[in-house]
Design a protein around this ligand. Sequence first.
Ligand code: ADE
Length: 235
Amino acid sequence: MATPHINAKDGAFAETVLMPGDPLRAQMIAETFLEGAEQVTNVRNVFGYTGTYKGKRLSVMAHGMGIPSASIYTTELIKDYGVKNIIRIGSCGAVTPNIKLRELFIAMGASTDSKVNRMRFNDHDYAAIADYTLLRTLVDTAAEQGKKVTVGNVFSADLFYGVQPNMLDVLSKMQVNVIEMELAGIYAVAAQYGARAAGILTVSDIIPTGEATSAEERQTSFRDMMEVALDAAIK
Ligand code: ADE
């Protein structure tokens, strides 16, 4: 049955859904990497597709920007469409220049300045973590492909503009080396509704220096990340 934000038929999604932030990226992934991909939902132009990859059924759907948007789509996919595995594929900003542009980063945990997990967890601090099996599959797949990845704690920020300057020092000191905007919410939604989630990110910018990937570099690093995510998704 359709939900307020997804108008797909029952059973329209595969057990595993790859989730970029951007709907057009979801469309591009479906057209480039999936065979026989069909669009299964388009509410608010947040596109979702199901097809096959190396013979296995696989879906891709955007989650939008920020924890509120990502929480809506992941909740409805898991609760109403029976999705079991969610792999976020996205970009992140590095907190220190020690992390290099285009690096692949797998999020073992996600810290946040959002209050959503305190709302879920009697106002205590919930440790938002990736599913271990999914995390390990991503790490192993990257190793098989000869790709270097960093595994660590990310910061899921509510503000893209306006992160306090001293926050970068705090994050760096606590070994939280990249910022993105969704995983703390996605990991908690997966836990709440009994699914598995993990995230793989490419470093698109170095926050303290303002350095950012060129369009061409973004394409290469995106492909590197997609190869890992796709092969991990069908294991
Ligand atoms: N995603 C990519 N770069 C980011 C940044 N600098 N802050 C938050 N999310 C990001």
